[in-house]
Design a protein around this ligand. Structure first.
Ligand code: FE
Length: 201
């Protein structure tokens, strides 16, 4: 059945094996093809035929945030958005150092790039259970936040620049229980600073 108003899964910005050896094709295949896709299917099933189905995804999320009666819609919509944002937060041969305005803002906000990495990893490792680590912008100041389960900065009036998925499904096949190792690799080998810079207000 075709559904003109259905949300769709954006293509991955790279091939499934493009982040090897840091994130395996098997992890990306399951994470994108099964997990991300399941959130999308759930969302479409939940909003089909309602006024929510025609909204842009970010507007839909803002509209149902905090509404306990529509928690399922929020969770699935947020997870669709979070994962799309996460894929773009990485790139093949990522890592390195951000330049320009973002580089200056990181130095001003965290002392140095190493200061950022240390605080980001610490916060994301400490996120109990499933969730997300974020770099967010508040005017000229950057900060780190973590969210639980599907929750995201948008629902808290925060502007996201970058995210790392710390649900176990993001790293278990490659790193098992070693979330700190996954975060080190994310910061040093995968992070897409150009994407974060592009998201600056
Ligand atoms: Fe995930």
């Amino acid at each position: 059945m075709t559904d003109a108003n259905a949300f769709s899964l954006p293509p991955l910005p790279f091939a499934e094996d493009a982040l090897e050896p840091h994130m395996s094709a098997k992890t990306l295949s399951f994470h994108y093809g099964k997990h991300h896709n399941a959130y999308l299917t759930n969302l479409n099933n939940l909003v089909r035929g309602t006024d929510l189905a025609t909204l842009p995804l970010e507007q839909l999320i803002a509209k149902v945030a905090g509404d306990d009666a529509r928690k399922g819609v929020y969770n699935n919509a947020a997870q669709v958005w979070n994962h799309t944002f996460f894929w773009s937060s990485m790139k093949p041969r990522g890592g390195g150092a951000p330049g320009g305005r973002l580089g200056r803002m990181i130095d001003a906000s965290f002392g140095s790039l190493d200061g950022f990495k240390e605080q980001f990893k610490k916060a994301a490792v400490a996120q109990f259970g499933s969730g997300w680590g974020w770099l967010v912008q508040d005017d000229e100041k950057l900060s780190i936040m973590t969210t639980s389960n599907a929750d995201l900065p948008l629902a808290h009036g925060k502007h996201a620049l970058l995210t790392c998925d710390v649900w176990e499904h993001a790293y278990y096949l490659d790193y098992q229980n070693r979330r700190p190792d996954f975060l080190t690799v994310f910061c040093d080998q995968l992070v897409n600073w150009e994407f974060a810079e592009k998201n600056l207000k």
